[in-house]
Ligand binder design. Structure first.
Ligand code: FMN
Length: 309
């Protein structure tokens, strides 16, 4: 049996191009990444500036990426898929998992699971533009874990390239245990390749999922890979050397890349703070570093913390 693919999960505000580039450079363990969601736009044309994160040329040095869309209009989704096709992409993922109440109320993200006809109209529109290239990332449901299992038969009628299941409900947000039983039910009924997602934080977590679900095609990892950027390499048994020194090199490089690409200290520090809220767990004295970073207001205050690494 082939080892399942390792995929970097989309984390808006964290796993953007700069992170995917530095991860590929320092710890090349992931086979594929999904971009943080790109909202669809009304109208027949898509604004190229909204595709900044997935422009092919800078992405060539990063983990290969599948752009992800969020929206609810079939026509607007098809327009975005066409724009991605024009950029050379042959894959696009649809977000049916975002749990934020404002998004769900508007019928987007995991809200799509509550109106299946809408979801299938979106898949129809996108598959017409990019046959065989559309995938779905979904939760098990909104209030409880019943919606996705009930949709499996209809989903099987689509040529989905993959179905990624974050094995939680939207109500759970990012807390509580993934429901492995309901995940297994969906996997058993799926005709398309299925990717598992949820709380893989160690090589042992990854091994336990593969042992319980040998038919899984991939493991998608989000917060665990930001807390420990060596994780994908460790899962593959490819990481050797001084972990602390390697992580310090990584964060110095990542900070430089973000400083060069993001506009001004506000954007830069916002990105760094979101990242460090997870990455602090990589270091024994991480809480102390995090407290200092959280109150940094300037480049030099941030640099002073890094110099203490
Ligand atoms: C800050 C943050 C941003 C996220 N952004 C996205 C997103 O843009 N698209 C998406 O499908 N999921 C998004 N997610 C969900 C993750 O991709 C993933 O499904 C979830 O974190 C569970 O995986 P994990 O336990 O490995 O982190 C986000 C999660 C977090 C915490």
């Amino acid at each position: 049996m082939a080892a399942p693919l390792l995929l970097l999960a989309p984390l808006r505000g964290v796993t953007q191009l700069e992170f995917r580039t530095c991860l590929a450079r320092h710890f090349p363990g992931f086979d594929l990444a999904y971009s943080p969601f790109i909202p669809t736009m009304a109208g027949p044309r898509f604004k190229m500036s909204a595709l900044r994160d997935v422009i092919p040329e800078p992405n060539a040095a990063a983990i290969p990426v599948v752009p992800q869309a969020i929206g609810k209009s079939p026509a607007d989704f098809a327009t975005l898929v066409s724009a991605l096709k024009d950029l050379g992409y042959n894959r696009c993922d649809l977000n049916a998992g975002c749990p934020w109440p404002m998004i769900v109320k508007r019928g987007r993200g995991s809200g799509l699971l509550k109106s299946p006809d809408h979801l299938f109209a979106m898949l129809d529109a996108a598959c017409a533009v990019m046959p065989d290239g559309i995938s779905l990332k979904a939760r098990l449901g909104v209030e409880d874990a019943t919606l996705l299992p009930a949709l499996m038969e209809r989903l099987n009628q689509y040529p989905l390239s993959t179905l990624t299941i974050h094995a939680r409900t939207a109500r759970q947000m990012y807390e509580g245990k993934p429901d492995l039983e309901k995940f297994g039910l969906c996997l058993a009924n799926a005709k398309m390749p299925v990717i598992y997602n949820g709380d893989i934080n160690t090589p042992e977590d990854a091994a336990a999922i593969v042992a319980r679900f040998p038919d899984v095609s991939g493991l998608m990892i989000g917060r665990g890979a930001v807390r420990d950027p060596t994780l994908a390499m460790r899962i593959k048994g490819k990481f050797a050397g001084d972990r602390r020194a390697a992580l310090a090199d990584f964060v110095r490089d990542y900070s430089e890349v973000c400083r060069a690409r993001l506009c001004g200290p506000g954007h830069f520090l916002g990105r760094m703070k979101e990242f460090w809220s997870y990455f602090k767990d990589s270091f024994e004295n991480g809480e102390k570093l995090w407290r200092q970073i959280r109150i940094s207001r300037t480049y030099s205050e941030y640099d002073a913390v890094l110099s203490g690494l």
